[in-house]
Ligand binder design. Structure first.
Ligand SMILES: Cc1cc2nc3c(=O)[nH]c(=O)nc-3n(C[C@H](O)[C@H](O)[C@H](O)COP(=O)(O)OP(=O)(O)OC[C@H]3O[C@@H](n4cnc5c(N)ncnc54)[C@H](O)[C@@H]3O)c2cc1C
Length: 320
């Protein structure tokens, strides 16, 4: 149902009984944001500054919080992902965004969207999905010690840190081989390649080893070696490949299980979600920002997408 403000504008009011026998609750939201990545937080900030009723649902963690040092965000000399998210949450809250810690399990659309989460369900005419992605990683001893401090997964984020270092690129596809060539061109002549569960076609192997001068290993990595600094990678057959930095390329998945069943256009690989220029998906009212949508994934890009989505949603709300 709709209620009218004193100035005559109308907002959607939802009365719902939360699941599991909780008391009936009355809440009004104009937009629900799923995920406190930079895209979701920037959208909350913009919508809050239009005095919109916004709910941000986040389960905690996420790729941005894994970034030890973000140094490519304009205006910030260096910030950790945790700091960026913590500051964003404070900023969003200061303009009235309601923030709940909950895990979204399903989104459905009838007249409006219903967002089902573990503790309650919530409704609004607009949803912004900013739930991010998760890296596929091999099971490696000492990974937590070196993640972001010698062991990297994102060239755009951390490739520069490998400049001039003894580098091992590891992965399980032709993409890893391409990455090794690119890393050598950009950052370090001392680049080797470890392929797991993938045989490089003979022609490619010849180009990479003989023309590019990149040594190729095959095997299963078991552990990262070193105390303060990364010193090498131990394979499960006890061989050791010495290196000072690893760039891993094992692909990644999207945190999109809660969107299953919704008619969303995906890219050619049926992976990332396709949106228009304002980040609205093929399902009207549902916007997608950050790593889940087609295009590059960086904090500053996600933030820009969040701003564009918020401005578009506000325009649509003005026309309701
Ligand atoms: C090690 C590392 C270093 C990086 N360094 C940089 C860098 O230097 N510069 C840079 O620009 N980018 C960097 N990135 C990438 C960057 O952090 C992200 O790609 C970018 O911020 C976009 O993130 P996102 O908003 O899509 O998702 P995320 O930051 O992953 O945020 C998604 C949020 O959604 C929440 N969520 C997921 N599923 C649910 C659910 N079902 N219910 C409720 N909440 C949910 C998660 O808890 C999380 O809080 C780095 C990434 C990693 C892993």
């Amino acid at each position: 149902m709709y209620v009218y403000r004193k100035d005559g504008s109308k907002i959607l009011t939802v009365i719902f009984a939360a699941e599991r026998g909780m008391e009936e609750t009355r809440r009004t939201y104009e937009c629900i944001i799923i995920g406190a990545g930079p895209g979701g937080l920037q959208a909350a900030l913009h919508l809050g500054r239009y005095n919109r009723r916004v709910l941000l649902i986040d389960r905690g963690g996420g790729r941005t919080t894994h970034a030890a040092h973000i140094v490519n965000y304009l205006g910030l000399h260096a910030v950790s992902g945790r700091q960026l998210v913590a500051t964003g949450l404070k900023q969003a809250r200061s303009f009235g965004t309601e923030i709940v810690r909950d895990v979204v399990t399903r989104v459905e659309k009838k007249d409006v969207f219903t967002v089902h989460a573990a503790i309650a369900c919530y409704q609004a005419p607009f949803v912004i999905v900013s739930a991010g992605a998760v890296d596929h990683l091999p099971n490696l001893g000492n990974l937590s010690r070196f993640f972001g401090k010698g062991f990297y997964t994102c060239v755009d984020c951390d490739g520069h840190l490998t400049t001039g270092r003894k580098l091992l690129v590891m992965g399980n596809s032709l993409n890893a081989a391409r990455l090794a060539v690119g890393m050598k061109k950009m950052y370090t002549d001392d680049t080797a390649l470890l392929l797991t569960d993938f045989d490089l076609p003979a022609d490619d192997r010849q180009i990479i080893e003989e023309e590019e001068g990149i040594r190729v290993y095959s095997g299963q990595p078991a552990a990262l070696l070193g105390e303060e600094e990364l010193e090498g990678v131990l394979l499960d057959d006890d061989r050791v490949i010495p290196c000072r930095a690893v760039m891993a390329s094992f692909g990644w998945g999207l945190n999109d299980g809660f969107l299953s069943g919704l008619p969303l256009d995906r890219d050619r690989e049926n992976f990332k979600i396709v949106t228009g220029s304002s980040n609205e998906s093929s399902l009207p009212g549902l916007y997608v920002v950050g790593a889940m949508k087609t295009g590059h994934s960086q904090a500053i890009i996600a933030a820009g997408q969040g701003a564009a989505a918020a401005i578009d949603i506000n325009s649509q709300l003005l026309e309701l």
